[in-house]
Design a protein around this ligand. Structure first.
Ligand code: NAD
Length: 276
């Protein structure tokens, strides 16, 4: 169900399904989206310093905890250190600033948002320090190619728990997914719905009709069956509920392969090697 978890390489349990809040406005939009998701049974929220909505997300969390009689440890909250804050001291400060804005004592997962050029090892040292000091439950990366991970792992003491990357039927990340599985790094999908473009892929309609599901639900189900954590974004309560209703059917091997074959190594976001 919606609260099923994957066990990360340090033993921490992370929900397979969460709410993304990229481009969600701070203030009531963030508050209401987070509340709608938690009310619908979501337990994982993915934000970032650069989304500039950590305050609203934090308020949404506090109100939702109270209204649903939950406690902080029922939730899994992720944020990310932005490119400008890479480096040892600045990443430590960025973490404290995110906590402050969110009004939380700790995060469940803190990620390096993009590898950038030459600072991600220093940044990783800072995340390792936060982790060893017990300030964050798990640490990971985002937008890391295999070559970035290879470089990081040369010196890392802590293996990243998660790599959050662009992932959808047009960008199936076959090599990266198998590399991460081999290293015990959980892959997590960003823009799983291609920021809305997924609905232009006609081939998905027949599978959707067969299961009486939406194209969004088929694609999110495909993520889960590939062993990939997924965090679709919506600010509409109805869609927040719809997107998470993917636990009552299973795609066949044939249908999984049919979707796998839609891959074109096509991105909706930047290539991490070029986003410096
Ligand atoms: P997404 O693929 O989740 O698409 C969201 C959009 O799809 C919505 O704005 C809406 O237009 C549409 N949509 C959602 N549900 C729908 C439904 N049921 N029916 C019809 N349309 C629907 O895009 P995203 O927000 O880019 O990605 C999800 C999350 O991933 C983000 O919110 C963010 O948390 C994370 N993310 C991370 C990075 C990174 O660099 N680490 C980059 C982008 C996004």
């Amino acid at each position: 169900n919606l609260q099923d978890t994957t066990t990360l390489n340090n033993g921490v349990k992370m929900p397979w399904f969460g709410l993304g809040v990229f481009k969600v406005e701070d203030g009531s939009q963030a508050v209401e989206s987070v509340k709608a998701a938690i009310k619908a049974g979501y337990r994982s929220i993915d934000t970032a310093a650069i989304y500039k909505n950590e305050e609203g997300v934090g308020q949404g969390i506090r109100e939702a905890l109270e209204e649903n009689e939950l406690t902080r440890d029922d939730l899994f909250i992720t944020s990310k250190v932005w490119n400008d804050d890479q480096g040892y001291e600045s990443a430590i400060k960025a973490y404290e600033a995110s906590l402050e804005r969110l009004g939380l004592d700790y995060l469940d997962l803190y990620l390096i948002h993009w590898p950038g050029k030459d600072k991600f090892k220093d940044t990783w040292n800072a995340l390792e320090k936060l982790y060893k000091d017990g300030k964050v439950r798990s640490i990971g990366v985002s937008n890391f190619h295999v070559h970035h991970l290879e470089e990081l792992l040369k010196d890392a003491e802590v293996v990243p728990a998660v790599n959050q990357v662009e992932y959808h039927p047009r960008l199936a990340q076959v090599e990266l997914l198998s590399y991460c599985k081999e290293k015990g790094i959980q892959l997590e999908a960003w823009s799983p719905l291609m920021q809305g473009k997924i609905f232009e892929i006609g081939e998905l309609n027949s599978i959707a009709e067969k299961y009486q599901k939406s194209v969004a639900q088929i694609v999110l189900r495909w993520d889960l069956q590939n062993g990939v954590v997924t965090i679709p974004k919506s600010i509409k309560e109805q869609r927040i509920i719809e997107n998470a209703d993917v636990f009552d059917f299973e795609l066949s091997d044939e249908e999984m392969n049919e979707i796998n074959r839609l891959n074109k190594d096509e991105r909706v976001g930047p290539n991490p090697d070029e986003f410096l």
